[in-house]
Design a protein around this ligand. Structure first.
Ligand code: FES
Length: 70
């Protein structure tokens, strides 16, 4: 990817971050692990496939409104 385009991050209710746009996912060493236009990143901490959501938030009944603090 060479152009920088808008990326949207949506915090879902009781679930992951939904990332939409031209995205590069880098690991802790800065190594590119995925280029995509849509992905879901875990925010519950229970995914076995971090940084991606694998649906474990449902099993662990992760609860968060996803709403911005007032
Ligand atoms: S948010 Fe889905 S597994 Fe963590």
């Amino acid at each position: 990817m060479t152009e920088n385009t808008n990326v949207t991050v949506t915090v879902s209710e009781n679930g992951p971050y939904e990332i939409v746009g031209d995205v590069e996912i880098l690991d802790a060493n800065g190594v590119l692990i995925r280029e995509t236009t849509k992905t879901f990143l875990c925010r519950c901490g229970h995914s076995a496939k971090k940084p991606y959501c694998d649906g474990a938030h449902k099993k662990f009944d992760f609860q968060d409104s996803g709403l911005a603090p007032e």
